[in-house]
Structures are given as C-alpha cells and as structure tokens.
Design a protein around this ligand. Structure first.
Ligand code: S3P
Length: 738
C-alpha cells in the first residue's frame, strides 16, 4: 500500500523495540521512506545495515528533509528531543509520538516549541513486547493492534489523515480519542495494573524472609504479577507523567478494596458474590473478545479460499437469529419493566456488542437453561452511566441505536468503534437528535466517537428522513420512547420495520401509514418473550449460491420473511430464480417460512431506488448473480451502499472486475453486462473486512474457473460463526486459511 501520490519521508527518533518495529514495518510496506535516528551512537547505522530503515542520520548531521517525525523515545525525554529537532521543523511537518501518556507529551511539546503546531497529533500504539533492541524489531507488531491518535483542537485534518494512513499501512486499527480520555483509559487498563503488580510482589517479598513464599506460588500468582518484571525506570516515567489519571483510578480502586475488606470482616457474603459475579462476567467478555480475535472473529486479516464446485449444493440449513431483530429485542427488553426471555438471539459479534453495552449500563442479562437470554429490564429511565466508553466494535447498528437510547438520559455516555466504524457517518443521527434537544457531539469528520451529554427531557419530533434507513428511524424511535415524547417520521423510502412490529406487540402507540411512522407518548412497557427468526440476509447467501450452481436444491429453514426485507426475492423472481416460501408461520409478530431454492438460469434485470431499502444488504450478492445472468443489469438508487462496512459500490466493482466481470459504475448506477454463460475467473480479491462482500465473493467462486482468495475476510466468521461448517455440509468449496 502506498500513501498518497508520493512517499512521505518519515524520521523515526529512537530505535528501541517500538520505534524499530514501526520503522521495519513501514519500510516493508513501501508506504514511506524511513529515516532512523537514535541518541546511541551507531544504532541508526546498524538499523540501516539490517534493512530496518532506508537512511540513517545522527543529531549532529541532521541536514535531511522529512515530512513526518515520530518520537519513539521515553515520555520524559520527548521535550528535549523536540527542542533539538526544532530548527528542522517546518510549518508543514507532521509530528507524532508513540508514548503511553499523552497529556505530558502535549505539555512537553508546548514547552519545547512554544506552540502546538498544526502538524502535531499525539499517538500511541497499543502493542509491545518484553524483548528490546534492534534484533527484536517485529514488522507485524502492530498488525491488527489498536493505534490511538489523540488529535488536538490545533491539529490539522491532513496531519491526522496522513498518520492514519501510515499506521494503517502497517496493519494497525486506528481510533481517535481525546488526550484526557486516552490518559484515563490507559491509567485504568495499563498503568494501574502495573502499579498493583509491582506493589503486590513487593509486599509479598518483604513479608517473607528470603522470598521463601514464592516457592509455593502457583499459576495465579504468575499470571497476576508477570508485568511486575517490567522496566522500573520506564514505569517510573509513566506514573510521573500521568499522575492525575492514575491517582483518580487508584483512589477508586482503594475505595473498592475497602468495600471488600469490610465485607470480609462483616461476613457479607452477598457483597462479595455480587462484586465477583460482576467481575467474572466482565472478564468472560474480555476473554471472549481475546479468544474470538485469536480464533477468527476480529482477525479480519484471515483469508477465505473459495473454489469452483463440481456438483450442486444440496441439503437443509438453519441460519443464526436475525441480527436486526436481536439488537432491537435486547434493547427493548433492557428498557422494559420486568423480565424478558429472548430465544434465538443472533450469534454474531455485533449482537454481542449491544448486549455487553447494555450490561455495562447496568442491565442484568443471563443465559437461561435453554440457551436463550433472560433480561431483567430496568425500565426506560433505569439505565446507569457506564464507567468508561462503550466499545461498539464494527457494529453501526449498535452504535446508532444505543445513541438513540443514551441521548435521552440524564447521564453522559461515549460510544467508540473500530477503524471501519470510526469512519462511518453519524451526522444522520446527530442532526435529528439535536432537533429533539439532545446534546450529541461527534468528531470533526462527523464520525464516532459519539458523545452524549446529560439532558433532562427531549422535545417531540416531526422529521423527514433524508435517506431510507431503518437504523436512523429506530434511533429516533428509541430516543422518543425513552423520553416519552411523540414523533412523526416521514421515511425517504421503505426500510425494515422490525422496530415498529415489536413496539406494536409491546402495546406502544406506534402507527405506520404511507411511509409515515408516528409514535405517541409512551410511558412504559413490560417484559416480554420473543422468538427471533433466522436471519434473511444470511439465508440470502445460500439462496444466491444455489441459484448460481447448476443442480442445486436446498432449503433454509425458519427464516424471517418480513416483506420489508425481501427485496432480493422480488428481484430474483424477475431474474428467473426458482425460490419458494413454505410453511408460513408467525414468530413473535414476525412472519417466518422455510425457503426452498432450486438452480435456474438467470436473466438480467433493472432495479430502482424504490426497492433498495428492502434489498440493502443483499446487493453484493445480486451483483455477483448479475455477472452470470443473460443480458445487461442495471442497479440504481443505491448510494447508501457507499456508507456500509466498506464503500460497497467501490469494493464490489473492483473485486468483480478482478474476477473478469464486465461491471461499471456510471452516474451512481452499477451496470453489469452478464457473461452469457462465460464463468468468472479466479484471483485475489479484498473485501476490506466487510463480511457481506466476502460472502458474495464466496458465492462467485462456486462457479468460477479457478479458486478465489478473499483477503481480510475473517469477519465472515464473527458475523456467521457456523458459516464454514454449514457451507461444507451444503457442498460449497470454501476453506479458512490459517
Ligand atoms: C439495519 C439497517 C440497514 C442495514 C444494516 C442493519 C438495521 O442499515 O444495512 O445491516 O438493523 O436497522 P441502514 O438503516 O443504515 O440502511
């Protein structure tokens, strides 16, 4: 990957483990020319000889031009290094660092340079290793690790963009947050644990003569205190540089310890149980994130290899619970009064994100004996402030829907997300929420973090949605419900109506007529039982694959067939696909059926804006099918695809072109000239971490001439954990590359 038209020249000062690893990765990625500088004589030259940097310089001969400088020296040394560099900095130089404390770096910069230049954007990679020295430099150290940028009010967007691209080119997931928030977060998740580990080992060592006690310590002690073997000088720097934030969290921890000490002294078993129970649930969630990342989940860099099949796809399959309904059901259950039971809750990571966020907001959600969820609702005004920002991962639905709920609360909240989510538009919810009187802040680019400030009440809303979006509609309905105000929403086009159906079931005064949704003032609803049907958008993958592969006959059972989701079926019917809905039934107010599909040759079709809201997540599959249909297909009114997990118009046109399709983007429409039975070729495509795009390529590969390697498709497995297993059983050819 290259950054911009010309390669920037990046000066890295300090070639310790982090600096040298960044240098090595950057130079390997070919995204920059890397110049190394280290205070220790000979180190930069040695790094050049080892191929870690492209050029080596010393402070005494710094007559070299550079566009970016990255300070990879200890935090307390940053000021003096910057003072030495000052004569070589221009108004355009981008300045950043890798220090684990940000407030102190900002202060040191101000002191050294007399101002905070517009190119200055502090940074911090959340990656490290115990080993040090040039030989330990690891080019994959930042691969899929977080890089936090903390732009200042003075920072220029160009500097932020350039640094973002540089860090992304070495594999990092870039997120932004304020300096204060960064220092608070790190104080809690890194600095305090180090302090505790140092202190515990010290207490025990002094407690026992000759450190004899350690001979009896087992795994727990080892796990808990590993970090007490870290570098004392470095940590002394960190605590002095991040005094305020570490003291805050330390004092809170001391108070919590006192509670436990009192509980033990007074034999208050319930207090102990409730603290340990909460902690266990939080730790289980953390373990789950870590292990699902390792297994496959968030490891978007995993590749799927899909290959042509020799015979049809056959059999029967049941897909996970509907993602959209699961989000809505668990939120409404959390805000209900009393207990709710949800069966068939979506197994994908996005649904889990909403669930964990609600737990952090004080809702008790447990698994029941039958594999369902028991949610003890707190009432629409009963949520409690979370003690840290709520991490929404890759899930825009979680972020937008929860923003609706949280914008109506009397406490503040912050929603953050991964690199892809942090680039998705949030103004679409901010604007109408503000119209209701909510106080919602976004980044300068109108993206996450989404910060909600406390309000006492919201106003009723009469609003015309600028785009067909069930997410925006639901966000507003949730804000209206929580604040008990009425609203009238005029939709720009049809979109999924799961929220409206569920609200009607709960007895809330919601009505829909000719594209207008109205909600009357709502006081409260009670807990409910809900069976969640199979996810149509996941079923659609199998419907598309079987429509494409000759001799296929398969059935997807228990699928939600709400008409507001079935745009794909209407388009496929026009294309000649053979799809039948059977065994219609009702599941908690949502229509459900088994869907049977048989292979049939397809003809081209046109699809217009009026169906796009009903087909929104299925367009990648439709594009694939159109490449194999007879004639020219034209899909218009699909601008919203630009704002999904990736710009799906761009990713799909690029990928299918690579596979030999005749596809172009013209005047906002996608035009595909069908192959008239000429198969697609194989090749390497990149889905950019977008699971729907990856699944579309898996389908494409089933009738291609050669295998298709789908890069960055690990999220398929977090969105649809059993996909590989189901695909294998139905006869697909797809493997996950290790
Ligand atoms: C969703 C609505 C759609 C869809 C997304 C889920 C929902 O997004 O693409 O996967 O659950 O409301 P938009 O409302 O932004 O179109």
């Amino acid at each position: 990957m290259t950054v911009g038209p010309t390669k920037p020249r990046v000066l890295i000062v300090g070639l310790g483990m982090i600096g040298a690893s960044f240098a090595k990765a950057l130079s390997l990625s070919q995204s920059a020319t890397v110049i190394g500088l280290d205070a220790q004589p000979g180190v930069a030259e040695k790094a050049r000889a080892m191929g870690i940097v492209d050029e080596a310089v010393t402070f005494s001969e710094l007559k070299v031009s550079f566009d970016v400088v990255i300070l990879a020296v200890p935090v307390l040394a940053m000021g003096s290094v910057l003072a030495q560099l000052k004569p070589w900095l221009t108004g355009d130089t981008v300045i950043s660092d890798v220090g684990s404390v940000k407030g102190a770096v900002v202060e040191a910069t101000l002191e050294a340079l007399g101002e905070l230049p517009s190119g200055f954007v502090p940074g911090h990679p959340i990656a490290g290793a115990e080993r040090s020295g040039l030989a330990a430099a690891k080019s994959d150290l930042f691969d899929h690790h977080l890089l936090i940028l903390t732009p200042l009010p003075t920072s220029s967007p160009t500097a932020v963009q350039l640094l973002t691209r540089l860090w992304q080119s070495v594999g990092a997931d870039v997120v932004t947050m304020s300096v204060a928030r960064h220092d608070e977060v790190l104080a809690a998740t890194s600095h305090l644990p180090h302090l505790l580990a140092f202190s515990l080992v010290d207490t025990l060592a002094r407690e026992s003569e000759n450190r004899e006690i350690f001979r009896y310590a087992a795994g727990g002690f080892r796990d808990f205190t590993r970090i007490a073997a870290s570098d004392p000088t470095m940590w002394h720097d960190v605590f002095l540089a991040n005094r305020e934030a570490t003291l805050n969290i330390l004092r809170r921890f001391q108070a919590d310890l006192d509670v436990l000490a009192d509980a033990i002294e007074n034999r208050e078993g319930d207090t102990l149980k409730s603290v340990f129970g909460r902690a266990k649930s939080a730790r289980d969630y953390f373990t789950e994130i870590l292990s699902s990342r390792q297994r496959h989940g968030d490891d978007i860099r995993k590749n799927l290899i899909a290959a042509p099949v020799r015979s049809g796809l056959t059999g029967q399959v049941e897909v996970p619970g509907d993602r959209s309904i699961s989000h809505r059901a668990v939120i409404l259950a959390a805000l209900a009064e009393g207990q709710s039971q949800l069966r068939g809750f979506g197994s994908g990571s996005d649904n889990r994100t909403t669930l964990e966020a609600l737990r952090k907001l004080g809702v008790c959600i447990e698994a029941d004996d039958a594999g369902g969820l028991l949610v003890t609702g707190v009432g629409r005004l009963g949520l409690k402030a979370a003690d840290s920002p709520l991490y929404m991962g890759n899930s825009a639905t979680s972020m937008r829907l929860l923003a609706g709920v949280l914008s109506a609360q009397s406490f503040s909240s912050e929603l953050i997300g991964d690199a892809s989510l942090s680039q998705r538009p949030m103004e679409r919810i901010q604007q109408p929420l503000q119209q209701m009187g909510a106080r919602v802040d976004l980044s300068a680019r109108k993206t996450a973090p989404v910060v909600m400030h406390p309000v006492t009440a919201l106003e009723p809303l009469d609003y015309r949605l600028p785009m067909a979006s069930a997410q925006v509609k639901t966000t507003l309905l949730l804000a209206g419900l929580c604040s008990g105000v009425s609203m009238r929403l005029q939709e720009a086009g049809p979109s999924r109506n799961h929220t409206e159906l569920l609200l009607k079931r709960l007895g809330c005064p919601v009505h829909t007529d000719s594209g207008v949704v109205t909600l009357g003032p709502t006081s409260q609803w009670s807990g409910f039982n809900c069976d969640i049907p199979g996810d149509f958008s996941l079923a659609a993958v199998h419907l598309a694959a079987a429509s494409l592969v000759p001799d296929s006959h398969l059935t997807v059972t228990g699928v939600g067939v709400n008409p507001s989701r079935l745009g794909l079926l209407a388009v496929l019917a026009r294309m000649g696909a053979r799809i039948r809905l059977m065994h219609h039934r009702d599941l908690g107010g949502e229509p459900v059926a088994d869907i049977q599909v048989d292979y049939a040759p397809l003809v081209a079709t046109d699809s217009e804006a009026d169906v796009s809201g009903l087909t929104i997540d299925e367009f990648p599959l439709l594009f694939v099918l159109a490449t194999q249909a007879q004639g020219v297909s034209r899909f218009s009114g699909i601008r919203e695809l630009r704002f999904k997990e990736t710009d799906r118009l761009k990713t799909m046109v690029e990928g299918l072109t690579t596979l030999g399709a005749d596809i172009e983007l013209k005047g906002g429409a996608v035009i595909i000239r069908g192959q008239n039975e000429r198969p697609l070729d194989g090749g390497i495509v990149d889905c950019g971490g977008d699971h729907r795009v990856a699944l579309a390529y898996v389908v494409a590969a089933q009738t291609a001439l050669r295998p298709v390697i789908i890069r960055n498709s690990g999220r398929v497995l977090s969105a649809y954990p059993d996909f590989a297993e189901h695909a294998l059983a139905l006869g697909y050819s797809v493997t996950v590359e290790d």
